[in-house]
Design a protein around this ligand. Structure first.
Ligand SMILES: *Cc1c(COP(=O)(O)O)cnc(C)c1O
Length: 405
């Protein structure tokens, strides 16, 4: 087992060794770390509802009624009433015919992509897509075409090359005999480490033109983007057409845990039969399902939450920009602060914590080499005092490290 020691030493030597940070209390705007009260500026609990009374009450009631475990995969020990209720609720929220719940976003992406495409098919993936999409593409064994970040022309060039190939790939046996070759374009809608938004209308147009499916990952868009928080399609005013597969998570803005696919009844029926992470894994427990239903109700009942989130987002971003930080074209509550060098990034994060602000440094392999950054995220229930404290700390440490003048 020597490789364990060696590999860990390698990670430490290259500044990529990761450790866990223990926090006390819920994922609120402030948490305690080592007994010290700090501003939490890196949670994906965007709406600040992870410990909301309505979610907690729904979870407690569900525990009293149904216990804590779901027993098995839903195909084995039966689907619980709450699974169905949550899926109906998600479908109603998203305006789709149906929905299917997965145990996490990671599970959804690594299950659904391989269910949609496989050997002989082609998947087009944005270069900055989330790791779970990258893993889902690898598992599918479809041919992977990565296109430059948000580059619609680059994507079309690849689609053109591929469509131009069809007449001359007659020697590819799998394409001829097994099934008609499928093409899938997959993208984060809100990029998780950059906070920018995919050009979805153009991607959807290209998909139509070249006969491809589009899978959009709304992990950071659900509850955040769109007039009523439905996500990226609502944000762009796009209809959910048959070839669009919407994925989203319940563990970020919705404050609980799990993920969903929303789409046509036939798509959901297909995934129930084909998505391995759905078939071969114990389903979400009842209290998680109940809290997710409560979360969607809350998102619809209290649009003020989302409005507060966006107001505070623009506030933090405006001041970071005016101090001279590079926020990398962020358009959402994910606000990266570009540093570049990994060592400097981790030093910045450590110094911010000393100043009472918890912001994680993001480094390879999460982001490309030389693109290390801090990743600040805003919550609806941050107070302006919290944000001002964070801004003061950014200003002080930024000057210390000669990143701003
Ligand atoms: C977080 C994230 C996931 C994974 O979702 P989990 O529910 O946390 O497993 C998938 N895609 C994107 C873009 C994400 O940011």
């Amino acid at each position: 087992m020597d490789f364990l020691t060696k590999e860990l030493e390698n990670l430490k030597a290259s500044g990529l060794y990761r450790t866990l940070r223990t926090i006390e209390g819920p994922q609120g705007p402030r948490v305690k770390i080592d007994g010290k009260d700090v501003v939490l500026l890196c949670s994906n609990n965007y709406l600040g509802i992870a410990d909301h009374p309505r979610l907690k009450e729904a979870a407690i009631k569900a525990i009293e009624r149904y216990g804590v475990g779901s027993g098995a995969s839903r195909l084995v020990s039966g689907t619980m009433k709450l699974h169905e209720e949550l899926e109906e609720r998600i479908a109603r929220f998203k305006g789709t015919e149906a929905a299917l719940v997965f145990n996490s976003g990671y599970t959804a992406n690594t299950s659904v992509i391989p269910a949609l495409v496989w050997h002989g098919d082609i998947v087009f993936s944005d270069r900055l897509n989330h790791a779970s999409i990258i893993d889902g593409c690898a598992l599918s064994r479809a041919e992977l075409k990565r296109y430059p970040h948000k580059d619609v022309e680059g994507l079309e060039r690849l689609l053109k090359v591929v469509s131009g190939q069809w007449p001359v790939v007659g020697n590819n046996v799998s394409r001829l005999t097994s099934h008609i070759s499928r093409q899938l374009i997959v993208t984060d809608s809100v990029f998780s480490m950059d906070g920018d938004i995919a050009p979805l209308p153009e991607i959807v147009t290209l998909a139509k033109k070249y006969g491809a499916m589009v899978m959009v990952d709304d992990a950071h868009a659900t509850g955040v983007l769109g007039k009523t928080g439905k996500g990226s399609l609502e944000h762009f005013g796009l209809e959910c057409e048959e070839n669009i597969i919407q994925m989203g998570t319940l563990g970020k803005a919705l404050g609980t845990f799990g993920a969903y696919i929303a789409g046509s009844r036939e798509l959901i029926d297909y995934l129930t039969n084909k998505a391995r992470g759905f078939i071969f894994s114990t389903s979400l427990p009842p209290f998680v399902l109940a809290s997710a239903i409560a979360a969607i109700d809350l998102v619809e009942d209290e649009p003020e939450l989302r409005q507060a989130l966006w107001k505070k987002t623009w506030y933090l971003k405006k001041w970071l920009d005016s101090m001279g930080f590079d926020t990398m074209g962020s358009e959402t509550p994910i606000i990266p602060v570009f540093i570049g060098d990994t060592g400097k990034t981790m030093e910045f994060s450590r110094r911010l914590l000393e100043e009472g602000v918890f912001v994680s440094g993001i480094r390879p392999p999460t982001v490309p080499e030389g693109k290390s950054r801090l990743r600040a995220t805003v919550m609806a229930n941050h107070s302006y005092d919290d944000l001002d404290m964070a801004l003061d700390a950014f200003s002080k440490v930024g000057r210390e490290l000669c990143l701003i003048s």
